[in-house]
Design a protein around this ligand. Sequence first.
Ligand SMILES: NC(=O)c1ccc[n+]([C@@H]2O[C@H](COP(=O)([O-])OP(=O)(O)OC[C@H]3O[C@@H](n4cnc5c(N)ncnc54)[C@H](OP(=O)(O)O)[C@@H]3O)[C@@H](O)[C@H]2O)c1
Length: 367
Amino acid sequence: MAGRIVLFGATGYTGDLTARALVDRGARPVLAARNEERVRALADELGALQWAVADVERPDSVRALVERGDVLVSTVGPFNRWGEPAVQAAIASGAHYLDSTGEGAFIRQVFERHGPGAQAAGCGLVTAFGYDWVPGNLAGALALRDAGEAATRVEIGYFNPGSGPDAMSGGTRATSAGALLRPGYAWRDGHIADERPARRVRSFELRPGRQAKALSQPTSEHFALPRVHPALRDVEVFLGWFGPASDPIRVLSAGLQPILSLPGTRSALQDLVARFVTGSSGGPDAAARAKSRSVVIAETFDAAGTRLTQVRLEGGNAYDFTAGILAWGAQTAAAGGLQGTGALGPADGFGLDALERGCAEAGIARV
Ligand SMILES: NC(=O)c1ccc[n+]([C@@H]2O[C@H](COP(=O)([O-])OP(=O)(O)OC[C@H]3O[C@@H](n4cnc5c(N)ncnc54)[C@H](OP(=O)(O)O)[C@@H]3O)[C@@H](O)[C@H]2O)c1
């Protein structure tokens, strides 16, 4: 029998979209959030769904949400601040787990710290299963499969043409604001190495004759792609949100490092950002989301630096994709579609062909 799908954070911007995407796919998730009145109202609106109250500041309430065989989907973020109790609850119960984080430090924690515990508990953890960073995992894995054994490096760029200033949710703003203050990493020379976010800038050809700059990021591709392509020595993932500001941000990131290395400074600055940039303030409405597009490009190279293959994915809005892919992933996991236990990447977790179908259903596909 398929396990239950429990959506934690259902009253947030992304949680609400995900609840609706699940119902549109015919699922009947249990909705969980910290505010009883709001979660009950949403559950009633979506067709008398079950609901539960849980608060990350009371970890037992999160633990009580799931049992073995269930799938816990968490959209409670920023994850560096609020994410731990849901992962721990899933492992303690033997439930599968998916989340909407895009935060590098949290992703690293799931792979390095929680993966072994989940393996022992017989459940799968699929972190960063939203727009950040599923399409790059798909594009990278397809480009590597096309290239074969000769590929030793993959470079991936994410772009959102058509996105205006109203394109971000409050939760994304709260998360992005502290990103340069966190330590980063990259898959370098066959292992995970510490590397500050925004250390590198490169341009991708967004359309013929139009180059667009993007900044390097610590993402799930660094952990996940070497699992599907063991010959891989280097992974580079770039985010193209910042356009011409990419170079100044790179310089800022470099300039921050001596300050961040002073004892206590990093956490003091993170606390300051958390006080002033809060989430739970909504996000782009359907009309604003309809204006933005997604383009994700992956290129592979051999050891001599010769480009071997390129894969390009295109589709709609990042939040609609996030809701759609979380809904697809939760249903697939609940039906026994996860291929392994422990911390899993999108491609090794679901299988590349299934993932490609899931992404297309969520609105992003190979062109
Ligand atoms: N990977 C991606 O591409 C992607 C896409 C979208 C979002 N995200 C990430 O997903 C997260 C949510 O984004 P969002 O836009 O939905 O933000 P949001 O609207 O601020 O949602 C945050 C959610 O966390 C809940 N929450 C906060 N503190 C809590 C606590 N103590 N106990 C229980 N729940 C608590 C909020 O509850 P209330 O409703 O009661 O305020 C809300 O449901 C962020 O980290 C964002 O960066 C990533």
